[in-house]
Structures are given as C-alpha cells and as structure tokens.
Design a protein around this ligand. Sequence first.
Ligand code: NAD
Length: 293
Amino acid sequence: MTPVMIDGKDVAAQVRASLQREIDELKSNGVTPGLAVVLVGDDPASQVYVGSKVKACAELGIYSQKWALPASTTQEELVQLIHQLNADDRIHGILVQSPPPAHIDEEAVILNIDPRKDVDGFHPVNVAKLVLEDEEGFVPCTPLGCMELLKAYGIETAGKHAVVIGRSMIVGKPMANLLVAKNANATVTIAHSRTRDLPALCRTADIIVAAVGRPEMVTSDYVKEGAVVLDVGINRIADESRPRGYRIVGDVDFDAVKDKCSYITPVPGGVGPMTIAMLMANTVKACRQLTAR
Ligand code: NAD
C-alpha cells in the first residue's frame, strides 16, 4: 500500500493562516490576544521551546511576554507571578514551560493559573471540561493538533478502533478523550507500559497514536494493513553522520511501518509542527472568551 504522508507543516500553516485572519479581525476591534510564557531555570530544550512559542506569537501579531526566571526561583515567587499574570488584562493565555526544576511542584503551580487562561489545558477544570465535552475548555495542544491532522485529511474516526499508546496527562489521556467524544465517536483503547501483548492489541487498531517516548518502538508487527498511524514521539538518537551528533526519531519505526499504512505522520514534520499552532489557537480562543461581552 502506498501511504499518504500527513504533512504537519502544511496543516500547521493552514491553521496559522486562518488564525491570522481572526487575529486581524480582533485587532481591528481593538483587542490583541496576549500570551505569557514562563520559563524557570536554564534547561536548553525548554529554552528552545519557549523561543519557538514567542516567535510564533510575533509572526501572528500576538502580544507576548517571556518570563525567564532563575532556577533558584521559589514556588511562592512563581505563584506570585502567576497571580500577577492572572490579573493582567493584556494576557489571555499563561503557560509554565514543563518541566520546572525539581523543587517546584508543577501541579500546585498549575492550580494557580486562572483556568480561563490555561492555554496548555492542564488545570483540573479544563481536564474536567474535556471529559464533559464542554467546548469552552482548553485541550492540551499536542492531542488537539493530532485531531486537526485527522480532520485536515478527512480521516474518519467514527466507529473506528483507536489504540492510544501512552497515558500521560499531556498526550495519551486527552487524546483518548478527544477520540471517544461524541464529535469523533471512535472506540478507544488506552495502552501503557503494563499492557499485555501490545503488538497484538495494536494489530486490532484502525488508528494508532503512539505517545510513548521510546525510539521506533512501534514496528511492522504492531500495524495492520491500512491502519492510520500518528507518531507523537520525539526522541534523540545518536547519529555521528549528523553535525549535532544525533537525529530525531519518533516512537514508530517509520520505514518498517509505512507501506502497511493508509496514512502516517513522519517525524519530524508530522505531529510536531501542530503543537505550537494549536497553542496559538488556544490563545486566540482564550482572548475571544475573555473579551466577549
Ligand atoms: P510520558 O513519559 O509522560 O508518558 C509515556 C507513556 O508511555 C506512559 O503513559 C507509559 O505508560 C507509556 N509507556 C512507556 N513504556 C511503554 C511501553 N513499553 N509500552 C507501552 N507504553 C509504554 O511521555 P509524554 O509526555 O506523553 O510524551 C510521549 C512522547 O511524545 C515523547 O517522545 C515526547 O517527547 C513526545 N511529545 C511530543 C510532543 C510534540 O509536540 N510532538 C508533545 C509532547 C510530547
């Protein structure tokens, strides 16, 4: 089977173009969406992510604040900043880049974010809204991006068996909730590290979403002919032939699997580009909801 490559860069560009129109319209009515990104410490990967988020805001004309706090920042100081941002009318979205340093209790910090500004969708109020299918809530950006990819390629989910590998609050669980919701109607199985005979389970799937963090774990043995495979994984593996000494691979062994699939996302260029596009979408949504009269 010749698979269709799902082009996340292309779909992300379409999402951004449509957001641009919305932002221009908001601005013409005197409203500018605003996002605050808070980074604690100097983790290099986090610095890159934060930089990309701020850059995406600038490209779309979203107002942004970048707060780069030292690793020594206390929980109280961080929470104080969150309260300040909650009260700032220029800011509609707040995110604290994960993971913070070990002395910070991330869950406790998230509880302090006004759920109406929680554009990462991590606050328990938004987790509940996702389960309740309340569309005013905020859904974590990566699974939201996966749903956009399915929609963009007209991939039917109703009545299909989807296996989501991974049960994190950032990807696996929200992904499963989105797929089982009444506007998607898939039958969903969530698999995890204790799942028995994962390859056999995955072979029953029409749609596989891999969100594990194990390089190329999903091999041809996991995939039935014609399945749709979305690969969320971002893993570094050593590669001396590359200038940086590593390359990025997904959780799926792309070359081994692709010829069995009807649709597949590459890594990079599949799910990855969608995450920031959906963060921008959540920020615009928060702005609309906070400024609606
Ligand atoms: P996580 O470590 O929080 O969760 C991993 C999940 O995989 C766990 O629920 C665990 O039970 C499951 N798991 C571990 N080993 C397993 C095994 N052998 N078999 C079956 N399940 C197993 O990770 P996460 O934050 O959900 O991220 C998963 C992957 O997605 C990572 O590679 C991460 O870098 C990537 N990610 C990408 C984006 C993006 O923007 N594309 C965003 C978030 C995460």
